[in-house]
Each structure stands twice: as structure tokens, then as C-alpha cells.
Design a protein around this ligand. Sequence first.
Ligand SMILES: CC(C)(COP(=O)(O)OP(=O)(O)OC[C@H]1O[C@@H](n2cnc3c(N)ncnc32)[C@H](O)[C@@H]1OP(=O)(O)O)[C@@H](O)C(=O)NCCC(=O)NCCS
Length: 154
Amino acid sequence: MFTRHEIGEAEHRAWFERIHADPQVRWLIHENPAGQADGVIGFTQIDRVSNKAFWGFYAAPASPRGTGTRIGQEALDCAFVEMGLHKLNAEVIAGNEASVKFHLKLGFRQEGYFRAEHFDGTQYVDVVRFAILAEEWQVKRGEILAGLARAEIV
Ligand SMILES: CC(C)(COP(=O)(O)OP(=O)(O)OC[C@H]1O[C@@H](n2cnc3c(N)ncnc32)[C@H](O)[C@@H]1OP(=O)(O)O)[C@@H](O)C(=O)NCCC(=O)NCCS
């Protein structure tokens, strides 16, 4: 998520091999109702003692508005129901306004603000730390599903 250089095939394949062997990561490809891949979700630093993890995600650039919310809703259901996590953390570059707003919309709360935390290849940038607890998602989930239904993206 923080990589800025162009990733070549060899590097990409090595990453793919590595994630298959690592029990602390889980990557999922999201499909739209027509079965076309429209996003990717990664759970990383999966901690089975404290039942927490970090996540990262992309909506496919050409996907319609609302895709990210659907991916987020299904990923949070997966994290808290299927994977049984208690807490999901996120790190967002402060200038990534879409992702900051996206996390707040899904019910994440800001837990930290790390100044000049990450070098993006040009400059040091701030990073915002967000998290959501399983019980907070259960409260928020209905509102998110209702919004998706209103937008007829179910
Ligand atoms: C973040 C991302 C997944 C959102 O996907 P999306 O399909 O645009 O999401 P939605 O259309 O469902 O919008 C969900 C919310 O995100 C926020 N958002 C999305 N695009 C935005 C933009 N251009 N500016 C500001 N906020 C934006 C809004 O809060 C929006 O809710 P709203 O429509 O009710 O206002 C997408 O922009 C993306 O893949 N970004 C690149 C990868 C990335 O930054 N990943 C996160 C790393 S931490």
C-alpha cells in the first residue's frame, strides 16, 4: 500500500508467493454481482492472541461509485464474522482524503496521528491511524447496508 515505485513482474510474483506462505496475512479479491473482479482487500499483521489485524484495500479504478463501500462492508463482515476478529486497524496517509473519509463513513475512529511517519519517495508524510471494534461495526452495519440499498447497489 505504501509502495511508490513501479512493481515489476518478478517482484510481484515474489510478493504473491510470500503472502501464500504467511499465516499473518490474508488477501481477497472482491467480485461485483456479475462476477468481475472490482477490488482487493488485504488483512495483514493478523494477531490470533489479541484477535486484531490491519487492513488495506483498493477499488478498481474504473468501478462505479459505491464500489468501495460494498467492498468495505463485505470485508468488515469477513473480518468480524468469518475471521472472528475483535479489532481492525488501518493506517492512512493523511493526504488520502478519499480513504480518510471512507474510514470515517464505515465507523472507524481515529486513534492516532503520526507526523512525518512515512517517506513517500519525495517527502515525509503524516499517517492517520484508524480502528473499529467488532461491536462498533455491528452498530454501524445496518446504516451502511441501508445506504447501499438506497443507492440500488445491492
Ligand atoms: C478509498 C476507495 C476504496 C473508495 O472507493 P470508492 O468506490 O470511491 O468508494 P465509494 O464510492 O463507496 O465512496 C465511499 C466513501 O469514500 C469517500 N470518498 C470516495 N471518493 C472520495 C473522493 N474523491 N473524495 C473524498 N471522499 C471520497 C466518501 O466518504 C464516500 O462516501 P459518500 O459517497 O457517502 O460521500 C478508493 O478511492 C480507492 O481504491 N482508493 C485507492 C486505494 C486506497 O487509497 N486505499 C486505501 C489505503 S489506506
